[in-house]
Design a protein around this ligand. Structure first.
Ligand code: ARG
Length: 310
């Protein structure tokens, strides 16, 4: 293993990636990764008030170690910065123990005319729903247009369930545990007006309660998926949407290896095994391991702890 600023990198992948310039980190050619992997800025929320209280998903039950959580969050932030991304912050709010999961409160997008917009979530758990207003204010203050869907009784949980296809042409949208089918339908109608087709996906495994636990696009042609998370029809839609599908086992999935972050040719992952190393090497991504064990006790890992901005 090679240690890169305190983080482990699989040495074989590292060597392959750096064949031309021995030992020196090199970013891969930009055009290979398209818009999704070209995101330059992420939004994060410090874990100051992070805690596990109400069991909102099957992972929740154990107490967390707050100082360890802070260290893990700091090193995730550092890994994103080391990968060339700018990290913006939103202030944490007392008593909002899940606010650190910055992927959920709004869906962030850019219209074809360049206008930036957000779609505020309606979070299923009332305690989490209160986080949304703080995120909306943050984005409004930075000039994002706020598209309110008037979700009523329907739920929609931001980038937990809504993922851009890596070329920015369309959106994958899941329902079943947190977002509702009706929420996804309202969202789809709005996105259709903006010229973005939305593919609805039904989730059927409670451990894959959010789409970002079981579908992880790596580039516009390839994705990590856990097939058992999806209904038959939904699985067929995913298989039709990517030229290369890499299947994770259920064990890998519940260890959040489908919850990594693609960042400038790197893949930030909570753990790495031979199987994932091979997939990432095939897709030209260099793995960086970031320990997220405290956040996993809340049902989230790296991908859940940030929102991509631009
Ligand atoms: N405890 C949080 C919840 O249940 C975890 C959210 C994880 N976020 C994600 N994007 N999967 O709401």
């Amino acid at each position: 293993m090679v240690v890169l600023r305190g983080l482990c990198v699989s040495s074989s992948c590292f060597r392959k990636q750096n064949r031309k310039q021995s030992g020196r980190w090199q970013f891969p050619p930009a055009n290979r990764y398209h818009r999704y992997s070209m995101f330059k800025t992420v939004l994060m929320c410090p874990p100051t008030y992070f805690d596990v209280r109400e069991a909102k998903n099957p992972y929740m039950g154990q107490a967390i170690d707050r100082s360890k959580a802070q260290q893990q969050w700091d090193s995730l932030r550092r890994s994103l910065e080391d990968s060339g991304l700018k990290v913006e912050l939103i202030d944490p709010v007392k008593d909002f123990e899940d606010m650190v999961f910055a992927a959920n409160q709004v869906f962030v997008g850019q219209a074809r005319n360049g206008e930036k917009f957000i779609v505020p979530s309606h979070m299923r758990y009332p305690s989490r729903h209160q986080e949304v207003a703080f995120y909306v204010d943050w984005f409004r203050g930075r000039g994002y247009r706020v598209i309110d869907l008037n979700l009523g009784e329907e739920y929609l949980e931001g980038h937990g369930d809504l993922l851009w296809h890596p070329d920015g042409s369309r959106i994958w949208a899941a329902y079943g545990f947190r977002s509702t089918r009706g929420g996804v339908e309202k969202f789809s109608k709005e996105m259709a007006k903006m010229g973005f087709p939305v593919t609805p996906l039904e989730l059927i495994d409670a451990h894959c309660y959010h789409l970002d636990t079981c579908l992880c696009p790596l580039n516009q042609d390839a994705a990590l998926i856990y097939p058992g998370a999806f209904s038959t029809k939904s699985l067929a839609a995913i298989r039709g949407g990517f030229a290369r599908i890499h299947e994770l086992t259920r064990d890998e999935t519940v260890q959040f290896m489908g919850n990594g972050i693609v960042a400038n040719g790197r893949f930030l992952t909570p753990r790495l095994n031979e199987h994932l190393s091979q997939i990432l090497a095939q897709e030209g991504l260099v793995p960086i391991v970031v320990d997220t064990s405290e956040f996993e006790k809340s049902g989230g890992s790296a991908f859940c702890m940030k929102a991509f901005l631009d």
